[in-house]
Design a protein around this ligand. Sequence first.
Ligand SMILES: C[S@@+](CC[C@H](N)C(=O)[O-])C[C@H]1O[C@@H](n2cnc3c(N)ncnc32)[C@H](O)[C@@H]1O
Length: 399
Amino acid sequence: MPVATTSFLFCVCQTGAEGAIAEELAGSRPTLRRAFARPGLITFKDTAGEVAPDLRLGAVFVRAFGASIGPVADMAGLVAAVRRFCPEGQAVRLHVWERDVSRPGEEPPGHQYGVQAAEVRARIEAVWDETGRELLPGARAEHGDWVLDVIVANDEPWWLGYHLHGPEHGAWPGGRIAVEMPPEAPSRAYRKLEEGLIWSGAPLRAGDVAVEIGSSPGGASYALLRRGVEVHGVDPAKMAPVVLDYHKDQPGNHFVHLHRPMSLVQRSDLPPVLHWVLLDVNLAPQVALIAARRLAARPRGALMGVLLTLKLDDWKAIRHIPRFLNSVSAMGMVEVKATQLPSNRMEVFVCGLTEKGKARLQEPKQEPKQEPKQEGEQDEQKMKPAPKRAKKQKVKPAN
Ligand SMILES: C[S@@+](CC[C@H](N)C(=O)[O-])C[C@H]1O[C@@H](n2cnc3c(N)ncnc32)[C@H](O)[C@@H]1O
């Protein structure tokens, strides 16, 4: 039987960002028409025809996307959908995740993402043999995997889709990078930065030197310190003791506080060899970018890149994003990418790499000093072993 295709696209995002995605895609993909939306999920019909599973979307506010199969009422519906849409002989990577229940950081007390998804995943695994396809063990997608997306939300029917895993897709279900935050971390910014480092693959290493503009109370600085980075933090507000005391009276990387606003920091206040410029200030991006540019601008022979959190006034600010990214390029960054991370609120994360930073990507990877745990890894531990060791079959993505 020929494999079925769909002309629908699903996009998963932060709750409230659905309209922003429609606006973002209106310019780049004029053949899309809005079809259906729920908080954190929006679908489109492509009037030009089939949505290719290896589609490149290039949308900042989209966390996960793919060809949309639509809702299924029960397990029989899921099995039938796999048989219709997944080519025979094709091994499948299963991604099951929950739509966001609230804005990041505003989840009801005790809420934990992943519990419902793990239960649904186990039920699907129990009947998987009925699909007649091999199930790849584990949740972490690899390049070329045919991924079945199963989006769950309370009592609603599961929403199904599929995609071929490639550079625009997160390796973990739904693009959600769950970072375990140590209890002593001074702020959520710990999680934001770890997510950003994992998402971007920024080649940050132990022994690097970073400046962080807007460093108080210190979540991001603490994440950097734990990765072995020396941090110079610029902020008129106080830093948490856990940051100030890091490696106190011991050899190793330290934190240095430039206890003043960024306008009062001169380039000469910073170490001559600087690998990273980070920024997370509650100021308009236009203002923040000028400061980052002043500190990152040439000559900075060792600079690997910039990692910036830009605050947006509202969703309408998305129209300024191309301009923001141009100004990051103008800092000497040869590769610039942006996304709204799972724990970003009304903000976006931008990673820019210099020629040197890009070259470092080609070097053998150094293990981070502290390896953050990811949601998929936890899932895999909970998951029972796959029924049989599936042989992975790759589908070659089209260009
Ligand atoms: C979102 S918080 C930063 C969180 C921090 N990165 C962390 O990891 O905990 C924004 C910070 O920007 C700082 N800030 C605001 N205006 C600033 C300025 N002109 N210069 C330096 N820092 C500034 C604030 O004091 C505040 O601590």
